[in-house]
Design a protein around this ligand. Structure first.
Ligand SMILES: O=C(O)[C@@H](CO)OP(=O)(O)O
Ligand SMILES: [Mg+2]
Length: 399
């Protein structure tokens, strides 16, 4: 029933206006799945390779499509993804591109779920998936690689941990985003938006902490449930010549660890992603030892959704959570393997979008399927609301 009968690939636009790969998968009983690859700006050094879309499409048509069509079942995700790996033949999808691979992998999952008549989160999560819903981490203020002339820290993320439902959490983040805009106005600070729709004001990180703290506590008072906040420091992007660069100032590794630990305590941060460089397992371990009992220390560029890098981290106690981005590794199977390894070792897996996105909402299903505590997928803008609105629909459907 789910035997693949065709795989079509094309270039479509992403949210930055760049081309990306979209895949359509059809099965013999008429099942259909469509998915598109996202794309990062602050990419980790160890991510799978994203090829220029035209090249990725040509290579996938040559090597992967003939092995999939009439041979593989879309309902068998491991078979689909093993075929993509075999067709590519490299460690990091440098032959067909992780962009082609992830688009086909996700489109096949959707085609499989279409035939089986189960929603995607149910198809991927199975009958024994948990019944929790992820708290959306909403990007409210940011800079780094996502906006020029803004904060050094890449993302200040609202985290409505006390929200009674997904839908209330989603709307709470939108309110924090709106409140932050009012506070910026009151302070006379003009603010454009960065790639993910967060405000990108020309303020210091210290001022951004203040604004975020105020916005979060105002909305918390209004709505009556707990809203915390967190960060994606994306520290690899700041790390050069052995120190962290904050504009003209620098911090040594020890100073960076002290700074992050202080901020965790001062602002009760619930989540800190990539506080140190992607090669600094030791620094991650030291920070996790210091504050890991009260916040999530999450590895994004550190782990790149890769089980080998995650195992290295587990061995030394670096981080207590991992960010999962399917396109960092190339297939849904690889992403699920990383989630499983994390959870066997008592770590949380947080599902994430990329700064370059499309209307594809697969990650909303992935977060529910894997029982993730958080999903990071922005706050406003169509390519972000596509995931948030899908989450609301899933919550409606699942009750
Ligand atoms: O660093 C990150 O976590 C992501 C998403 O917010 O950014 P990018 O996709 O640019 O790597
Ligand atoms: Mg990150």
């Amino acid at each position: 029933m789910t035997r693949i009968t065709s795989v079509a690939l094309r270039r479509v636009l992403d949210s930055r206006g760049n081309p990306t790969v979209e895949a359509d998968v059809l099965t013999e009983s008429g099942g259909f799945g469509r998915a598109a690859a996202p794309s990062g700006a602050s990419t980790g050094e160890y991510e799978a390779i994203e090829l220029p879309p035209t090249e990725a499409i040509a290579a996938a048509r040559r090597h992967a499509v003939p092995r999939l069509v009439d041979e593989v079942h879309a309902g068998n995700q491991r078979e689909v993804d093993a075929t993509l790996r075999a067709a590519d033949g490299s460690e990091n999808f440098s032959e067909i591109g992780a962009n082609s691979a992830v688009a086909i992998s996700m489109a096949a999952a959707k085609a499989g779920s279409d035939v089986l008549g189960a929603p995607l989160y149910q198809h991927l999560g199975g009958a024994f998936r948990g019944d929790n819903f992820p708290t959306p981490l909403g990007n409210v203020i940011g800079g780094g690689e996502h906006a020029k002339e803004a904060t050094n820290i890449q993302e200040f993320l609202a985290a409505p941990v006390g929200a009674p439902s997904v839908s209330e959490a989603v709307f709470a983040n939108a309110k924090v985003h709106a409140r932050a805009s009012e506070i910026l106005d009151e302070r006379g600070v003009p603010a454009a938006k960065g790639d993910e729709g967060a405000w990108a004001p020309p303020v210091s990180d210290a001022e951004a902490f203040e604004i975020m703290g105020e916005a979060v506590s105002d909305v918390e008072d209004e709505l009556g449930f707990e809203i915390g906040f967190g960060l994606d420091i994306a520290a690899s992007e700041m790390f050069e010549d052995g120190v962290y660069h904050y504009g003209d100032e620098t911090k040594t590794t020890d100073e960076q660890i002290d700074y992050v630990a202080e901020m965790v305590d001062e602002y009760d941060l619930v989540y800190v992603e990539d506080p140190l460089d992607e090669n600094d397992y030791e620094g991650f371990a030291e920070l996790t030892e210091r504050v890991g009992d009260r916040t999530l220390i999450c590895g994004d560029d550190l782990f790149v959704t890769n089980v080998d890098r995650l195992q290295d981290g587990i061995d030394v106690g670096a981080a207590n959570s991992i960010l999962i981005k399917p396109n960092q590794i190339g297939t849904l199977t690889d992403a699920f393997d990383a989630v499983e390894l994390a959870s066997r070792n008592g770590m949380d897996a947080v599902i994430s979008h990329r700064s370059g996105e499309t209307e594809d909402a697969t990650i909303a299903h992935l977060a529910v399927a894997t029982d993730a505590p958080f999903i990071k997928t922005g706050t406003v803008q169509g390519e972000r609301t596509a995931k948030l609105n899908e989450l609301i629909r899933i919550a409606d459907d699942a009750v």
